[in-house]
Design a protein around this ligand. Structure first.
Ligand code: KG4
Ligand code: ZN
Length: 341
């Protein structure tokens, strides 16, 4: 079974061909990051226009790289939402026309569910029940996954996503967008994670939710104090290490609570923040104490961040379950901007 998937929810135009929901034949990603950098974040209108330019060549490249022809495809899957509505509409409209033209089934996929699905390419397969943390510039969610294809959101961020917290504090400290990587690298220059005690929101055990909006203000105030004292430059590694520790502490605390509460066997972490070295260290040392049967599953970075292979994986599962549209219903599928769970 060959599924072509298209992903355009944010600033990556992506297409992939996946066989039987497991074998990635091609995965093409055109990133717009350079285009948005001068704006310090994703500029929605620009993103939509760029998707419009890139979608056709990206899809053609994915089909060619997979060594197949259009007529070999069994279904088309597309990210329906959540994301930037203008960007999503480009992918949805293109995919709809594509499926319509070939007269094959059409599958709408939730982007976050797609992220959870990126572990489907793991070898050996994931042990269930599992917990998945989706942690990027746009999302911070914990999902309980009792078995393949079943998900329950057990927590969300009440304000900023963890990646957003990294990026906003990095901006305050003068790093380029996206700043998570800079915080990580600067902290690694001998920064002391206990140098400054930044807030850990929602420490109570009663909730698994996250909150990161207070952190930026605390870091900005401290940075201003150090700037006035003329020591900001010298203390940057400490400032970055302490900021990172506050974010990682919050993530780790809720992961550990959710793993225990749900008696999870495996833990998967996906999204750009999964690249963070401190988060990886904490989990590399802590997974046994959490009662997990294997070290955390951290998919390759190309499948951790936005890509279409994960959408094809989730799409293939839905296809097998019979959740797809056929002509003329194909035309009824629409994009949605906000999370639908
Ligand atoms: O998944 P992603 O590529 O895009 C979406 O936001 O969907 O995630 C990007 C986020 C950015 O916020 C970026 O700063 C963060 O991942 N990031 C990191 C690191 N590398 C990327 N955050 C902390 N430490 C890193 N090493
Ligand atoms: Zn994403």
């Amino acid at each position: 079974m060959l599924v072509l998937a298209i992903e355009s929810s944010c600033d990556e135009t992506a297409a992939a061909v996946v066989r039987d929901g497991r074998e990635i034949l091609s995965s093409i990603i055109a990133s717009q990051i350079e285009l948005h950098r001068p704006f310090g974040g994703v500029f929605p209108e620009l993103a939509a226009r760029e998707h419009l330019d890139k979608i056709d060549p990206v899809v053609k490249e994915a089909i060619a790289a997979a060594g197949i022809e259009k007529k070999d495809l069994d279904a088309v899957a597309v990210t329906q939402g959540p994301g930037l509505i203008g960007s999503l509409l480009v992918g949805v409209s293109y995919a709809k026309a594509f499926a319509f033209g070939l007269g094959i089934p059409f599958i709408g996929v939730n982007h976050i569910e797609g992220h959870v699905y990126s572990v489907a390419f793991e070898n050996p397969p994931v042990e269930y029940p599992a917990l998945a943390l989706i942690v990027s510039g746009g999302h911070t969610n914990l999902f309980f996954v009792p078995e393949e294809g079943k998900y329950k959101v057990v927590s969300r961020t009440r304000d900023d996503a963890a990646g957003e917290a990294f990026d906003k504090t990095a901006k305050v400290l003068g790093f380029p967008y996206p700043g998570g990587r800079w915080i990580d690298e600067t902290a690694a220059q001998g920064g002391n994670p206990a140098a400054f005690d930044f807030p850990r929101a929602l420490p109570q055990k009663a909730t698994l939710d996250f909150s990161f909006s207070g952190l930026k203000t605390a870091v900005a105030l401290k940075a201003e104090e150090l700037r006035k004292a003329g020591t900001l430059e010298a203390r940057l590694p400490d400032l970055c290490a302490s900021t990172q520790e506050a974010i990682v502490d919050a993530l780790y605390a809720k992961i550990s609570l959710a793993v225990r509460e749900n008696r999870c066997q495996a833990l998967a972490i996906v999204g750009g923040v999964a690249a963070n070295s401190r988060l990886r260290d904490r989990l590399a040392n802590g997974w046994k104490a959490l009662g997990l049967v294997r070290p955390p599953i951290l998919p390759e970075m190309t499948y951790c961040t936005d890509n279409a292979a994960m959408i094809a994986g989730a799409g293939a599962f839905r296809f097998r379950q019979g959740h797809f549209l056929r002509l003329p219903d194909t035309l009824t599928l629409n994009a949605f901007a906000s999370p639908e769970f």
